[in-house]
Design a protein. Structure first.
Length: 305
């Protein structure tokens, strides 16, 4: 069942088209990773979903309600953490957490204390004394202490150290086990890969790929390291082989997954001594699209000159 649905969302700022027909769907109990380079349209999409911006076209619903007209009702069941948290400077972290939790009608003090301990936060300090990472902790504790049905996390681990990122990941998986839904915008691709059931890649305001990670693997390349008895000849001429780096009889290269079988058969003729493979990652997929964009821009620029 879809908790969040966006169809053909468009948003313009003057002559700039920030969103150009964006589609999103997050189902109950699902973690959806929303990724793309800076300026791709992630935060604009999230602001529309939160009712902070009005879309110029398309529609978006959360819990079956219109995100603009029914924003107040929707927010009662949504927890949101931005990438740069601003807090009331003269309140303590604990007071801010209590305020947010009460606004959502929750009163689970044991959960609050458990999260404060997990995130290693001192709630007695005034917010103006907190570092960026500690401000993020306050917002995350407040979000996960609330009994929300949808968590919208926009670069929420910004400023956290690796240990706290791991705590964050545990909290996300915990709310998923409880049947809650998460929209996770992140530039940390390893985080998205660990947590998400589905991903959507946005570039220049358009969703260029979306689906389950297993469905997107065919678009990625596998990294191979091969050592052979005989020097590997004519490898560059094989279909689907990229980025060859040779060190004597040891060769590193990437292979389009759909051509992997043919490449392995070819390499085996040269007497394989060692063969190592790294599985395709979400980063491979993301960089493939991003590099394609840069190449297209350079080609376009070159053609115009």
């Amino acid at each position: 069942m879809a908790i969040l649905e966006a169809r053909r969302l468009t948003k313009r700022f003057g002559h700039i088209t920030a969103l150009d027909g964006v589609d999103l769907e997050v189902n109950e109990g699902e973690i959806y990773g929303f990724i793309g380079p800076n300026g791709a349209g992630k935060s604009t999409t999230i602001r529309i979903l939160l009712g902070m911006l009005k879309a110029d076209g398309g529609e978006a619903k959360i819990f079956g309600k219109d995100v603009w007209q029914d924003a107040v009702d929707i927010h009662k069941r949504v927890a949101y953490v931005p990438g740069d948290v601003n807090l009331w400077p003269n309140l303590t972290g604990g007071e801010v957490i209590d305020l947010f939790v009460k606004l959502r009608g929750s009163n689970n003090k044991s959960r609050r204390e458990e999260l404060i301990e997990k995130f290693n936060l001192d709630p007695s300090k005034k917010c103006h004394t907190y570092s960026k990472g500690n401000r993020q902790k306050v917002a995350l504790v407040a979000a996960f202490a609330a009994d929300a049905d949808l968590y919208i996390l926009d670069e929420a681990t910004s400023g956290l150290d690796p240990l706290m990122e791991r705590v964050f990941q545990e909290c996300v998986l915990e709310v998923k086990r409880e049947g809650k839904s998460v929209l996770l915008s992140s530039h940390i691709l390893s985080e998205v890969e660990k947590l998400c059931d589905k991903v959507g890649i946005i570039r220049k305001g358009k969703i260029i790929e979306s689906g389950a990670l297993s469905e997107l693997r065919h678009l990625t390349r596998t990294q191979l390291l091969v050592e052979t008895k005989q020097p590997l000849a004519s490898l560059a001429e094989l279909k689907g082989v990229h980025d060859i780096v040779a060190e004597g009889r040891t060769v590193r290269f990437q292979v389009d997954t759909e051509e992997l079988d043919n490449v392995i058969k070819y390499v085996s003729q040269f007497g394989v001594i060692r063969l190592e493979s790294a599985p395709p990652t979400l980063e491979d997929l993301f960089m493939r699209y991003y590099e394609g964009e840069v190449h297209a821009e350079r080609t376009g620029a070159g053609g115009a000159s």
